[in-house]
Structure formats: C-alpha cells, structure tokens
Design a protein around this ligand. Sequence first.
Ligand code: ATP
Ligand code: MG
Length: 235
Amino acid sequence: MLVIEDLYSGYGELKVLKGVNISVGKNEIVALIGPNGAGKSTVIKSIFNISDVSSGKVTFRDQDITGLRTHEIIKLGISYLNQGKINFSNLTVKENLMIGADQIFEPELVEEGLERVYNKFPDLRSKENELAYTLSGGQQQMLALGRSLMQRPVLLLMDEPSLGLSPKLQKELFETIAGLREEGISMLIVEQNAKKAIELADRTYLLEDGKVVLEGGKEILENEAIKNVYLGGRY
Ligand SMILES: Nc1ncnc2c1ncn2[C@@H]1O[C@H](COP(=O)(O)OP(=O)(O)OP(=O)(O)O)[C@@H](O)[C@H]1O
Ligand SMILES: [Mg+2]
C-alpha cells in the first residue's frame, strides 16, 4: 500500500528525518510512536509533501508519489488527519463534512458518505446544523475524522487522533479505528500513548531523533527499551 524508503526530510535548513523506512500493508494498522520532536508528524507531512523532502522515495500502490502536489495525493485516496484542532469553527458540522467531499463529484457518493459518517458518529447527525466551535473536544475530533472519511480514503494518515480525549472517548476512538480497517481502510497512526498504540496496531515503529530505532508487532510491549522509556509513565 505505502512504502517509504530512505527518507530525508525537514524544514529548510533543519534536517529532521535521517533515512526513514516505513511501510503500511493493505488493511494494516501501523503505529508510529516516539518522543516529542522525534519527527513523527514530519513523516506524515513528508508523505503529503508539506515538508521539504531532500531525498528518498514514497510509493503508494506501486506509484511513485514523492513530490506530487498535495491535492493530487488526496485524489489518489490518501487522507491526512492533522494534529490538533482542525475544524472550520465558523462553519456548521455539515459544511465541515462537505469540505471533505469537495473532490467527490457524484452526489450519491456524497450522500452515502454523509450517512456513513452520521451512522458512525450520531452526535454529528444531531448537531448537523450547529457551528463547529460549539462542539465538545471529543465531537471536534469526530468531525475532523468524519471530514477525512468524506474523502473516501483507502489510506488514512492520523496524527495523534486521541489527543485531549478522555479515556472513555479514546477507547471509543480506537474501536472506531479498528472498524475502519474492516471497511478496507489502511492506516498509519501517530500516537503519544505507546502502550495503546502497540495494542491497537498490527505493527509499530519507534522513531527517535529522525530514525526508526525499533519495529515490531505486539511483542515489543515486552521489549525492555519500550518498557523502560515509554511505558514508565513518560507518556
Ligand atoms: N513547520 C516547521 N518549521 C520548522 N521546524 C519544524 C516545523 N514543524 C516541526 N519542526 C521541527 O521539526 C522537528 C520534528 O517535529 P515533529 O513535529 O515532526 O515532531 P513530533 O515527533 O511530531 O513531535 P510531537 O510528539 O511533539 O508532536 C522539531 O524539532 C520541530 O521543532
Ligand atoms: Mg507531532
């Protein structure tokens, strides 16, 4: 589905990623964990070509997408759920969702997408005509995820989707994410909570200082480095 090879990327003079290799298979949930500033968001931004990629290659469904413009990447079926607050606060819930559908030109597909999002997140249906800034934090996250889903992605890149959510809402979100996989969406998820991420994902990459230092399945929960640094309350 997605293959990142020997990626070097950053912002102007600042080199952040120093030879990153990451892959996401079809129907796979892959997590990316690591300390603040390690370059996790930069990995996602590099795929979307909104950081400065200096070398390396990004392949999506056997097509080289390195250097493609962001809107072209969206059209191919990759959607990016940004870190932090990301809705258009003075537009209604429905208007926010419709922005996600602005590249879908068949009205039936847009209707179907809306129905799908409303079924998944009933709060959004009941608040369809409310302005986005009136939503709770959890509902805002649902709206942002809903807007991504309106793009009908086959690959979803999520940057800390659980940030700021209560434990209960985090749990619900992770269940939703697991459900999306059943609908045929592959996912790369940046997650602060290492334990939750490893439990949710099929495979996890640990990024430190712009390099992948560990990769594995759920068994890495038992890895000493993971235990000491990441499960010891630092996150
Ligand atoms: N737009 C930007 N311009 C310049 N430097 C940036 C920009 N975005 C990030 N950086 C720098 O790049 C480095 C990696 O940042 P990045 O956002 O990828 O880290 P992260 O692993 O996502 O961290 P966090 O867990 O805090 O979200 C940091 O040193 C950061 O200051
Ligand atoms: Mg980040």
